[in-house]
Design a protein around this ligand. Structure first.
Ligand code: PMP
Length: 406
C-alpha cells in the first residue's frame, strides 16, 4: 500500500506549527501522539450536539451519549479482538488500568509467600504498583534482566517460574528500548504452569495489530492518548474468568446493583469496574481515533513505521560516537541513544532549539537506567505522520549538538 504521508499530515493541525521559527518536528510520540482533526471534531460535535451523563436517563440525549460510549466499547472489542464487551473496561489510561489489576488481582489472588514476575524494562506504571502490592501482601517481586541488545533474558525468566508464581506482568513493547517482547511464546509457557500474563500495551497498541485472543494474554492495558485519541482515556482488557472473581477497584455510582444500609451488591462486567461518571467525550474521541487507525490499517502503519526505524537507525549510525540502547531485531519505531558522554538533557536542549521534540531522561524506567548504569537517554519515537526528511533534520541537530558539546 502507498502510504500518503503528505495527505495524512494534513489531518494533524499541530504539525503545521512553527517552533522557534522552524517547522515543528515531533518525535516524542512514545510520550503522546498528536490528534487528527477527525478526533478533535468528534469532541466538538459531542459537546455541541450530544453531551449528557450516560447510563442514567431515558431521555434522548442521555440515550445518545450512552449509545456513543457503548458503541466505542464494541469497536474496541473488535479492534483488539476480545471475546466480549464485558472484557473491555474504560479507564483514564494505562496507569489506571495497571493499578486496577495490581490492587484488585492482588486482593483476590496474592497471599504471603507468593511471587509476581515483572521485568527490568518496565515503565514505573507497570513496576511500582506490583512492587507496592507485593510489599503490602507479603509477596516477592521477581525481576528478570535483559541482554546486550535490550531483549528480555528468557532463560532467567524461565528459571524464575515456579509453583509460587501467581502472575507475569510485563510490557508488550519497551518505551525505552523499543524491544517487542516475544509475548506469545512467554504466555504459552506461563500457561503451561497455569500462570496468567498481563501485558502493558501502552507502546504496543499504537504500532502493532493486537489480537488478545491470538496472544491469549489474560490482561492487556493501554492509553488512548498514545494512539491518537484524547488524554484521560484508556482501556483494560481482562479475561472474564479473572474479572468476575476480582473485587471492584473503586466504589460509587454505576458499579453497584443494589445498595442497602449494611451491604451492597455489584453490577455486571464491565460496569463493576467503572465507578462514577466517565470521560465520555474522551471515549467518543477514542472511537474517532480507532476509525482513523482502521482506515489506515494497523499492518500498513507497522510497515511504514518499520521503514522510518530502518532509515533512522542507518542515519544515526553514520553519525559516529552514538551509543544505542535497544538494538533488538524486533523493535518498534523508537531509538534511544546517547551522544558520546554528553548528558541527555544537554543534547535535548540543543535539539529542541532546532524545533525538534525528542524526549530526554529516564523515561519513567529508573530500574532499567540503574541496570544500564546511565542517567537517561535521548529518545526519538516515530509515528506514521513522520517523514524521512524529519529524520534528516534530527541527524543535523544531533551533529550540531555533538559539535557544540564535545
Ligand atoms: N507503560 C508504558 C510502556 C508507557 O510507555 C507508558 C507511558 N509512557 C505507560 C505505561 C503509562 O501510560 P499513561 O501515562 O498514559 O498512563
Amino acid at each position: 500500500m502507498f502510504f500518503d504521508v503528505t495527505k495524512i499530515r494534513e489531518d494533524f493541525p499541530i504539525l503545521n506549527r512553527q517552533i522557534y521559527n522552524r517547522p515543528l518536528v515531533y518525535l516524542d510520540n512514545a510520550a503522546s501522539t498528536q490528534k487528527p482533526r477527525q478526533v478533535i471534531d468528534s469532541i466538538r460535535q459531542y459537546y455541541e450536539y450530544d453531551n449528557c451523563n450516560i447510563h442514567r436517563g431515558v431521555h434522548y440525549l442521555s440515550m445518545k451519549a450512552t449509545e456513543a460510549y457503548e458503541e466505542t466499547r464494541r469497536e474496541i472489542r473488535e479492534f483488539i479482538n476480545a471475546k466480549s464487551t464485558g472484557e473491555i473496561i474504560f479507564t483514564k489510561g494505562a496507569t489506571e488500568s495497571l493499578n486496577l489489576v495490581a490492587s484488585s488481582f492482588g486482593k483476590c489472588y496474592i497471599q504471603p509467600g507468593d511471587e509476581v514476575i515483572t521485568t527490568i524494562m518496565e515503565h514505573h506504571s507497570n513496576f511500582v504498583p506490583w512492587q507496592q502490592m507485593c510489599l503490602e501482601r507479603g509477596a516477592t517481586l521477581r525481576v528478570p534482566g535483559i541482554n546486550e541488545q535490550g531483549e528480555l533474558d528468557l532463560d532467567e525468566l524461565k528459571c524464575l517460574l515456579n509453583e509460587k508464581t501467581r502472575l507475569i506482568a510485563m510490557t508488550h513493547v519497551s518505551n525505552v528500548l523499543g524491544t517487542i517482547n516475544p509475548v506469545k511464546e512467554i504466555i504459552a509457557l506461563a500457561h503451561q504452569h497455569n500462570i496468567p500474563v498481563l501485558l502493558d500495551g501502552a507502546q504496543g497498541v499504537s504500532h502493532l495489530p493486537v489480537d488478545v485472543q491470538d496472544l491469549d494474554c489474560d490482561f492487556y492495558c493501554f492509553s488512548g492518548h498514545k494512539m491518537y485519541a484524547p488524554m484521560g482515556t484508556g482501556v483494560l482488557y481482562g479475561k472474564e474468568k479473572y474479572l468476575e472473581e476480582m473485587p471492584p477497584y473503586q466504589l460509587g455510582g454505576e458499579m453497584i446493583r443494589d445498595v442497602y444500609i449494611d451491604h451492597t451488591t455489584f453490577n455486571d462486567l464491565p460496569f463493576k469496574f467503572e465507578a462514577g461518571t466517565p470521560n465520555v467525550e474522551g471515549v467518543v474521541g477514542l472511537r474517532a481515533a480507532i476509525h482513523y487507525l482502521n482506515k489506515l490499517g494497523m499492518a500498513n502503519i507497522a510497515a511504514y513505521e518499520e521503514q522510518l526505524l530502518v532509515y533512522a537507525t542507518e542515519k544515526l549510525s553514520s553519525v559516529g560516537g552514538i551509543r544505542f540502547y535497544g538494538t533488538s531485531a524486533h523493535k518498534a519505531s523508537l531509538i534511544s541513544f546517547l551522544i558520546g558522554d554528553v548528558h541527555p538533557y544537554d543534547a535535548g536542549m540543543i535539539i529542541d532549539k532546532m524545533g525538534i521534540a525528542v524526549r530526554t531522561g529516564h523515561h519513567c524506567a529508573m530500574p532499567l537506567m540503574n541496570f544500564l548504569k546511565i542517567p537517561g537517554t535521548v529518545r526519538a519515537s516515530f509515528a506514521f505522520y513522520n517523514t524521512m526528511e524529519e529524520i534528516d533534520l534530527l541527524v543535523s541537530a544531533i551533529l550540531k549538538a555533538k559539535e557544540m558539546l564535545s
